[in-house]
Design a protein. Structure first.
Length: 313
């Protein structure tokens, strides 16, 4: 894949994720309502909410500094940058060696840092509480993601996401390997948490982890932040699919393969959201102090994945 084609596909991936993020956040709300026997909002409600927020006046707290003002653009821009690195439509990363798992992990950390820092800088104590909860959740979840990606990199012999996805698609990293399926389970649990599902969080509850730092935002800034969080959630799902279910992605650039890959990816993401909705329906919210119990299981599975690699590399 030449540089121009790779850049074009990367931009296409970012645009696809940007446009579909409100659709999938709306789908999650619809599925939750249907499973609770409620009518709920329409699947396009998030698009309407973003449009209304874009037209409203923005009010900035007097205590807010540059981090508070820059966070919406930084979070949305960084999430879209990650979408350009992850192999979504093609088996290989569109930007080649730039799609390195270490860089992607650091970019996720940038998103979390600015989100938490914006809540702290707003001067609102409730937003500060949400920010502290966000950082606590990051400490519990990010080691799982990092460790699983590290094991997959050891198995593939490269930290490039495209190489890992390519070897997975070609069957060089078989699912019957304990290192792979244990890592897949641990990563799935981390993805479930990162997408703000019950019992860990409730995205619509302003006092909870995911929405807490947004309390002082309004107007276009609030729209960009909500959009950025939706994009981040979709990118986490895309990374999970790229690492463990890369099937359907295009082996080479071309209109036909890319259209097929787009349809396949949309179906896979929809299946993930459907499964998450079913799991979420039977759970009540956890207190934050109970979250380490579940994340400890995920961390244990990821450590077992590393142990199995050490025993049978």
């Amino acid at each position: 894949m030449d540089a121009a084609a790779g850049l074009g596909i990367a931009l296409l991936q970012a645009l696809l994720v940007l446009l579909l993020a409100p659709l999938y956040t709306g789908l999650a709300r619809v599925l939750r309502a249907k499973l609770h026997s409620r009518r709920g909002p329409g699947i396009l409600q998030d698009y309407r909410d973003l449009w209304k927020l874009m037209k409203r006046q923005e009010v900035v707290p007097g205590e807010a500094g540059w981090v508070f003002r820059a966070a919406p653009c930084v979070i949305l821009g960084t999430a879209l940058l990650i979408a350009m690195f992850v192999p979504i439509l093609t088996v290989r990363s569109p930007l080649g060696m730039a799609g390195d798992l270490i860089l992607v992990v650091y970019l996720f950390a940038v998103v979390r840092f600015f989100f938490a820092a914006s809540g702290l800088e707003s001067g609102n104590p409730f937003a500060g509480t949400g920010a502290s909860r966000e950082m606590a959740l990051g400490v519990l979840v990010e080691p799982v993601i990092l460790l699983v990606l590290f094991v997959m990199a050891l198995l593939a012999g490269s930290t490039e996401l495209g190489v890992i996805a390519g070897k997975m698609a070609e069957g060089e990293l078989p699912y019957q390997s304990p290192s792979v399926w244990l890592g897949a389970i641990a990563f799935a649990m981390a993805t479930f948490i990162e997408t703000g599902k019950l019992p860990f969080d409730l995205a619509e509850a302003e006092q909870e982890i995911q929405e807490g730092p947004l309390m002082e935002y309004s107007g276009p800034s609030l729209a960009l932040l909500k959009w950025g969080l939706g994009v981040k959630q979709l990118v986490v799902v895309a990374l999970f699919l790229a690492m463990f279910f890369p099937f359907g992605a295009a082996a080479a650039p071309g209109l036909g393969p890319l259209v097929t890959a787009t349809v396949a990816w949309v179906l896979k993401v929809t299946a993930v959201y459907l499964i998450a909705a079913v799991l979420e329906n039977g759970m009540a919210r956890f207190h934050l102090y109970r979250v380490p119990v579940v994340t400890g299981v995920a961390l244990g599975l990821s450590l077992l994945s590393l142990v199995f690699y050490a025993v049978h590399p």
